[in-house]
Each structure stands twice: as structure tokens, then as C-alpha cells.
Design a protein around this ligand. Structure first.
Ligand SMILES: Nc1ncnc2c1ncn2[C@@H]1O[C@H](COP(=O)(O)OP(=O)(O)OP(=O)(O)O)[C@@H](O)[C@H]1O
Length: 239
């Protein structure tokens, strides 16, 4: 296995408080990596370092063996698909335009873009009539499906997802968990997924990083954590 992302003694200070504390973490290519922890533990800040929305105050984050700070920002962001909790489709663009945003920036031809949109919609069981609809004409679960398609449309090297399903009802949530597992299995894309829900973490993750107050408590497979929790906090969080 090769590393795709590496955190090397990374700290972040916000308003005098160390919200990430000397984080060492390696994410392997093709892995479904879940970061879990209570509110305020530093999950989102950690995730945002991968697409340079947050910069470390100490240490370095590496992407494909190159320091994030040495990347051209636009190039980096094209390599990293981003799915947010709030459904972040552009409300005035139709579904097709939303999905084709990055392929268009990358200069794909119209035919290639359209073929990709149709292929992706089919993957999530939405028919071609959805192409011309506006986001407001879709349910929350459907919008989040399209949000995921937009993130994967141009085959990014990594998809980062920040609590993408927490605003959805349990059925949509379950369906979308299946969808990302399916995408992961079929495309083999590295996924870094933030959640505060340990059940979701166990269902999705090849490995889980458990954070508390900016510190990494344990990083291991779900089975390993279940069998050998690093401390009482991890144990109770897992139960
Ligand atoms: N831009 C910012 N300015 C100041 N403080 C911030 C900023 N971003 C995050 N923080 C603080 O850093 C700490 C960690 O926040 P972060 O969002 O990374 O945690 P989290 O584990 O993702 O939490 P949640 O599950 O509630 O989203 C929190 O105390 C938060 O208030």
C-alpha cells in the first residue's frame, strides 16, 4: 500500500487554543478512512487541511508525497472532491450543470461531459429527466446524491466528505451509505469521511481515527478498535 496523505506532527491553533495537537496520520491509497470524534474534537479542521482550506501552524500535511503548501491551489482542489454536510449544489444551475462543473473546468468536450452525467445519474438510479431540473426540485436525499456525483465526476484522487448524511432521514442516510460504499468498491477512490456517529464509522471505514480534543486517540480497523480500545473513552464511544 502506498500513502496518499500524510500528517506529520500537525498542530492548529485557533484563538490561542490548540484544536489539533501534534497529529500524526497516514492515509493509504484506496482506503476508506473515517475520522470520528465528538463535537469540537478537530475532525473538520483536519479534513480541511487536505484541500488547504485550513493551514497547519506546526508540522506539514503531504498529498501524494508533496507538501500541500507547495501545491498550486487550483490543481490541488481538482484532485480532491469535496462533499459537505449542507447540500452545496448551486441553486441556479440545473443538475447537469452542477455535475459537469469540474469536468468543464478541466476542458472536457460537451459530449464527454454529457455521457459522464448520464452514466453517473444512472449509477444513483435517477433518470435522464433529472438533468434539466433545478436542485430545489429534488428531495434532500436526491440533492445529496447529486452532491456526491459532482464530487466524483472528474475522477478525483481523493474524496473528502464532512458529515455528508447527518441532515438526512435514516432511510436516505442508509441508502447513501450504501452508495458511497459502492462507489468506493467500484472506483477504488480514496475516501476520507468525517462523522460523529460511531455506527456510521464502523459501517463505512476500513480504518477509523478516533479524535478527542485535537488528539488522535486511536487509528485502527473497526475490529481492532472494538477488541482493543486504546482507552476508556474510545471504549465508551464505541459502545
Ligand atoms: N475558523 C475558526 N476560527 C476559530 N475557531 C475555530 C475555527 N474553526 C474551528 N474552530 C474551533 O476549533 C475546534 C475544532 O473544530 P472542528 O470544526 O475541527 O471540530 P469538529 O470535531 O469537526 O466538530 P463538529 O463535529 O462540531 O463539527 C472547535 O473548538 C472550534 O470552535
Amino acid at each position: 500500500m502506498t500513502d496518499i496523505i500524510k500528517f506529520d506532527k500537525v498542530s492548529k491553533i485557533f484563538e490561542g487554543k490548540k484544536v489539533i495537537d501534534s497529529l500524526d496520520l497516514t492515509i493509504e491509497k484506496g482506503e476508506f478512512f473515517v475520522i470520528v470524534g465528538p463535537s469540537g474534537s478537530g475532525k473538520t479542521s483536519t479534513l480541511k487541511m487536505i484541500n488547504a482550506l485550513v493551514a497547519p501552524d506546526e508540522g506539514d500535511v503531504y498529498f501524494e508525497n508533496k507538501r500541500i503548501i507547495d501545491y498550486d491551489l487550483k490543481k490541488l482542489r481538482l484532485k480532491v472532491g469535496y462533499v459537505l454536510q449542507q447540500i452545496a449544489l448551486f441553486p441556479n444551475l440545473n443538475i447537469q450543470q452542477n455535475i459537469e462543473l469540474i469536468p468543464e473546468i478541466l476542458g472536457w468536450s460537451k459530449d464527454k461531459r454529457q455521457a459522464r452525467s448520464l452514466e453517473l445519474l444512472e449509477k444513483v438510479k435517477l433518470d435522464a429527466t433529472y438533468l434539466k431540473r433545478l436542485p430545489s426540485e429534488l428531495s434532500g436525499g436526491e440533492q445529496q446524491r447529486v452532491g456526491i456525483l459532482r464530487a466524483i465526476a472528474a475522477d478525483p484522487d481523493v474524496i473528502i466528505m464532512d458529515e455528508p448524511f447527518s441532515a438526512l432521514d435514516p432511510i436516505s442516510r442508509n441508502n447513501l451509505q450504501e452508495l458511497v460504499l459502492d462507489i468506493h468498491e467500484n472506483l477504488g477512490t480514496t475516501i476520507v469521511f468525517v462523522t460523529h456517529d460511531m455506527k456510521e464509522a464502523q459501517r463505512l471505514g476500513d480504518r477509523i481515527a478516533v479524535m478527542q480534543e485535537g488528539k488522535l486517540l486511536q487509528c485502527a480497523s473497526p475490529d481492532e478498535i472494538r477488541e482493543h480500545p486504546a482507552n476508556d473513552f474510545v471504549k465508551s464511544f464505541f459502545e
